[in-house]
Design a protein around this ligand. Structure first.
Ligand SMILES: Cc1ncc(COP(=O)(O)O)c(C=O)c1O
Length: 192
């Protein structure tokens, strides 16, 4: 008889391990602002991903907004129409303007050939999604950005654990953002 695999079932740790963490929280009463568990998680993620700079926040939408805000982006952002809605919503919520470039049929990621024609004096950044964890055309996007003085932000929500050319895909761009929504964090593969 074949075994059923429930592919959308979330992974949960053993309950007693989780409760031990909760007991620590009740002992410390440190609920917000750089609590020890968040700092430990950031440190372990930095180590696991080989990243020097990593900041943990509550979800993959707010970190897109934080990236845009940190880079002071208020003008036009060339982005992809084929992503989760948070990618373009984050741009709009930061009062910047999403400009949609077409995608490649090979991997559904933004097509660098379509980016250049959309650049105007108001363009400040390219926000590209590594769709389903498949890396965008990184070298071409970075060359265009360099030539036109644009920031590159990668919505890397689907890419936790993906390696590209020997390092974490999250290490590319001026900022890469990630999400731990339950369907995302199991992706782990290497792209040579
Ligand atoms: C490409 C992409 N960007 C951003 C997000 C937003 O992440 P979160 O659900 O953690 O806010 C998602 C989540 O589905 C996503 O797929």
């Amino acid at each position: 008889m074949s075994e059923k695999i429930f592919v959308t079932k979330s992974y949960l740790p053993p309950q007693e391990e989780y409760i031990a963490y909760l007991n620590g929280i009740w002992e410390r009463y440190h609920l917000t602002n750089q609590g020890p568990l968040v700092l430990e998680l950031e440190q372990k993620l930095r180590q696991y991903l080989g990243l020097e700079h990593l900041h943990f926040s509550s979800n993959g939408t707010i970190v897109l907004q934080m990236a845009l805000k940190a880079l002071r982006i208020t003008g036009e952002v060339i982005t992809t129409p084929f992503s989760y809605c948070a990618t373009s919503h984050a741009i709009a919520w930061e009062n910047a303007t999403p400009i949609f470039a077409d995608i490649r049929k090979e991997d559904l990621c933004i097509d660098p050939d379509c980016i250049e024609a959309l650049i105007t004096p108001k363009t400040q950044a390219i926000l590209a999604t590594h769709v389903y964890g498949i890396p965008c055309q990184i070298e071409r996007i970075e060359a265009i950005a360099k030539q036109h003085g644009l920031y590159v932000i990668y919505d890397a929500a689907h890419t936790f654990g993906v390696q590209y050319k020997g390092k974490s895909l999250l290490s590319y761009g001026d900022v890469s953002t990630c999400s731990f929504t339950r369907r995302k964090y199991s992706i782990r593969w290497k792209v040579a």
